[in-house]
Design a binder for this molecule. Structure first.
Ligand SMILES: [Zn+2]
Length: 415
């Protein structure tokens, strides 16, 4: 594969050669070289900006695309949970798989080549995770997929059944990560302890919905960090949402962020869902519901960002687009554009236990070509015309043809 005239985020254009092993073999000035062999595919990227592909560190593909089927009449988190509990039993394994595949293909077309999706499980009910395993297999080679077993002690019928459900989920496949939602359980520390136990005994990463609350007393992140340090847990811990950290004063945010950095716990922020769900009781100066992004970055915490729920009761909106997530981090989180794109690429990969992707010789060619002149331009426009590469192979291509008719004499302008 030979990529011609690709513009890099640094502002210059290059030609890039990719070897049969899917890794970049050469980067040089435009037209300075030639394809290695006469049968190499040549992709002209004139007009495209070439970036590392994105990763989605926190999806809920089993719930995706159900907003119209399971209405959230209250609009908040508890309303979403109620809507989902009423709707979920109506779904067959095949129905879940069909929706999840559609949602995963949207991610892929938008430039995501690795995804971690949480999947609901409970005592005796593993249909959703089994459905997602079939989707994982269907997309093998294009989209790397990790599944997180998501449940609560309450849903499972007590702490021992919770432990058992997590163990049974891990036994289904080696890609299964241990999850949990401690802030929804009466004893959040017990839920955290059990999830950490199972993650340790099964040698799996851990990814918890740590909290989704503006209540500072719902802060469970420091406990997770302390336990990870105490146990010497080394399989990769990720704390998702961490909304309550964002309502603390800056000194508390700094101290906790430094603790989290020391523990090596990654944090995943989900701006879209938390902007949608949080703050509905605050009609004045409505809080944004995001975690303490700046404090976490200053402390050196691995910060990933994701789209989370997409068009389901937990979030009615969403395009499964990392550019949408990055733009929200700029607007609602006040990150720079480079920090925001970093959160949906290397930060997201770090939270998933994956190595970073850089456009350099020897690196795996997981790439996104998107119409744009600069990173700012690409994130702001979020143009739909994109080409996605996974290990040097084109795995998605979207072409949009737009016509405008600025005058009444039918002179057409096209781009
Ligand atoms: Zn979630």
């Amino acid at each position: 594969m030979f990529l011609r005239n690709a513009r890099l985020a640094q502002g210059h254009n290059v030609d890039i050669a990719i070897g049969a092993d899917g890794r970049i073999t050469d980067i040089g000035p435009v037209h300075s070289g030639a394809p290695a062999g006469p049968h190499d595919l040549i992709e002209d990227l004139t007009g495209y900006l070439l970036l590392s592909s994105a990763a989605e560190p926190h999806a809920h593909l089993d719930k995706a695309l159900t907003a119209d089927l399971a209405p959230n009449t209250q609009g908040d988190l508890l309303g979403a949970i109620d809507a989902w509990i009423g709707f979920a039993p109506t779904q067959s394994r095949d129905q879940i798989a069909v929706r999840a595949l559609r949602a995963a293909e949207e991610l892929l077309a938008n430039g995501v080549t690795a995804v971690r999706t949480h999947v609901n499980v409970r005592t005796g009910q593993f249909d959703a995770i089994e459905a997602l395993l079939t989707v994982r297999d269907q997309l093998h080679g294009a989209l790397d997929m990790q599944l997180v077993a998501l449940t609560t002690m309450q849903l499972c019928g007590g702490p021992e059944m919770y432990r058992r459900v997590l163990q049974q989920s891990a036994a289904l496949d080696s890609c299964v990560v241990i999850g949990g939602c401690p802030h929804l359980d009466d004893d959040a520390q017990q839920a955290t302890d059990i999830s950490l136990d199972v993650a340790g005994e099964t040698n799996r990463p851990l990814d918890l919905h740590t909290d989704e609350s503006l209540n500072p007393d719902a802060l469970h992140l420091p406990y997770l960090a302390e336990r990870v340090i105490h146990l010497g847990y080394r399989h990769g811990a990720t704390a998702s949402h961490c909304v309550s950290l964002g309502v603390l004063d800056p000194v508390q945010q700094r101290d906790i962020s430094e603790l989290v950095a020391g523990a090596g716990v990654a944090v995943v922020t989900l701006p879209q869902t938390n902007l949608f769900l949080q703050g509905r009781a605050h009609r004045q100066s409505t809080p944004r519901g995001l975690t303490a992004l700046r404090s976490l970055l200053d402390a050196g915490v691995t910060l990933g960002a994701g789209a989370d729920n997409v068009r389901d009761p937990f979030n009615l909106m969403g395009r499964s687009d990392p550019m949408e997530t990055a733009a929200l981090l700029v607007m609602a989180g006040h990150l720079s554009v480079a920090e925001a794109y970093g959160a949906v690429t290397d930060g997201a990969r770090g939270a998933m236990g994956l190595p970073p992707v850089t456009i350099a010789v020897g690196q795996r060619a997981d790439l996104l070509a998107i119409c744009g002149q600069s990173l700012n331009d690409a994130v702001a426009r979020a143009d739909s015309s994109r080409i996605v590469f996974s290990a040097g192979r084109i795995v998605a291509r979207t072409v949009v043809k737009r016509s405008t008719y600025p005058t009444s004499n039918h002179t057409h302008r096209q781009d």
